[in-house]
Design a protein around this ligand. Structure first.
Ligand SMILES: Cc1ncc(COP(=O)(O)O)c(C=O)c1O
Length: 396
């Protein structure tokens, strides 16, 4: 008799990515020849810079085709430490022993959750938050506790809000600045009070800084330069967003050596090292400073131009409320009350796709059903046309 699949308790609660339904519908419309404006993307629309592609090709020819250390090649870990040490304000420099390279920052985030949290532990998640945080915490058998931010302050949370949501079982929190999905950036004071609270309470802080270099108004700060101690801090970053390298799958963590050791052991039994060739590509992105900085500046400049264009396109629709994006490449728009729907974000996503051929992501994916996320990681004219249709649909 064929074995019928019953999901194990490990994944019984795992939700499919909420973006899939919209993406599948958008694909179906495209297949029928209907032109869809896709504002669902979570990745830069640029190619990986040529100097990085060339470095990868050269590395393959030079033999970067075998297993490496699970934690990554030493030159890359040294380059990551050196890159972190370019951030001012740290009293103790980051060392390669604190760095573990992984198959994308997503893996580093998951490794950190598995290593620091366990059954019954509660993890505070400033919400809206990137969809995978909730699932990763759950897969670690811990309990994700959403703490919804203040709409009057770009949906950010404060230390007081986190303290109010804490219980004796709280073990840590996830931080993400600039934020996916809102583009909000935490100020020095906001970060300092949250990091001080976490240090006082002995909570782990997992700081996801994957969008840190994509910031428009004075730059986004790293927890590394503000935290009163690094003893409870795990900083996650990678090359995907800043260097347009999503497909190369390289991320990393900077964590106390004991945590790094545990994360390496866990990764050693799951995926081992990240692809050798990708590690060499990431190395080029980090050490070829002049070329890398020029490429990043060019991309950030383009994102900023599109952000400004999109905000200008929304100006004639003053009733359309949104978070002012200071980083990343997303616009988070309030759709509360849309056609009286129970899940306004999902209803709006369906309507704007059916009636205006625009694909966006409903806010329930990020823990706030009254909102939707539109990405402007596309050409300026497409982003402007798409957001204009969003505004029209919302105000019709
Ligand atoms: C907030 C956030 N963290 C992490 C990731 C994962 O990035 P990576 O490609 O490095 O795994 C994403 C990707 O969308 C993201 O938005």
């Amino acid at each position: 008799m064929p074995l019928s699949f019953q999901p194990s308790p490990n994944i019984a609660r795992l939700k499919e990515s909420a973006t899939l339904a919209v993406a599948a519908k958008a694909r179906a419309l495209k297949a029928q020849g209907i032109p869809v404006i896709d504002l669902g993307a979570g990745e830069p629309d640029f190619d990986t810079p040529a100097f990085i592609r060339r470095a990868a090709a050269a590395a393959v020819e030079a033999g970067a085709t075998r297993y490496t250390n699970t934690e990554g090649i030493l030159p890359l870990r040294e380059a990551i430490a050196a890159d972190a040490n370019r951030i001012e304000g740290q009293s103790v420099p980051v060392t390669p022993a604190e760095v573990v390279v992984s198959n994308g920052s997503k893996q580093s985030l998951y490794n950190a959750c598995v290593c620091c949290f366990g059954p019954g532990d509660e993890v505070l998640i400033p919400t809206p938050a990137w969809t995978s945080y909730f699932e990763m915490v759950d897969l670690a058998r811990a309990v994700a506790v959403p703490v919804v931010g203040d709409p009057a302050n770009s949906l950010k949370v404060t230390a007081a809000m986190l303290a109010a949501a804490a219980t004796p079982r709280t073990r840590g929190l996830m931080l993400n600045s600039p934020s996916n999905p809102t583009g909000a950036v935490y100020s020095r004071e906001e970060l300092a009070s949250i990091l001080t609270l976490a240090a006082d309470r002995g909570w782990w802080v997992i700081a996801d800084e994957i969008y840190r270099r994509i910031a428009y108004e004075g730059g986004a700060l790293s927890a590394l330069e503000i935290a009163p101690t690094r003893d409870n801090l795990i900083v996650i970053n990678g090359v995907a967003k800043a260097y347009a390298m999503t497909g190369w799958r390289i991320g990393w963590s900077i964590a106390p050596p004991a945590v790094s050791k545990a994360m390496t052991a866990f990764q050693g039994h799951t995926t081992s090292n990240a692809a050798a060739v990708s590690q060499h590509a990431a190395l080029a992105a980090l050490v070829e400073r002049e070329q890398a900085d020029a490429a990043v500046s060019h991309m950030v400049q383009s994102f900023r131009q599109r952000r400004d264009a999109v905000l200008a396109a929304l100006a004639p629709f003053p009733s359309v409320r949104h978070v002012h994006p200071q980083g990343a490449f997303y616009l988070y728009v309030n759709v509360e009350g849309f056609r009286g729907a129970h899940d306004p974000g999902a209803a709006f996503a369906a309507a704007v796709l059916d009636e205006h051929q625009v694909a966006i992501v409903p806010g329930n994916a990020f823990g706030t059903p009254g909102w939707i996320r539109a990405s402007y990681a596309t050409t300026e004219s497409i982003a402007v046309e798409g957001l204009t249709r969003v505004a029209r649909c919302l105000t019709a």
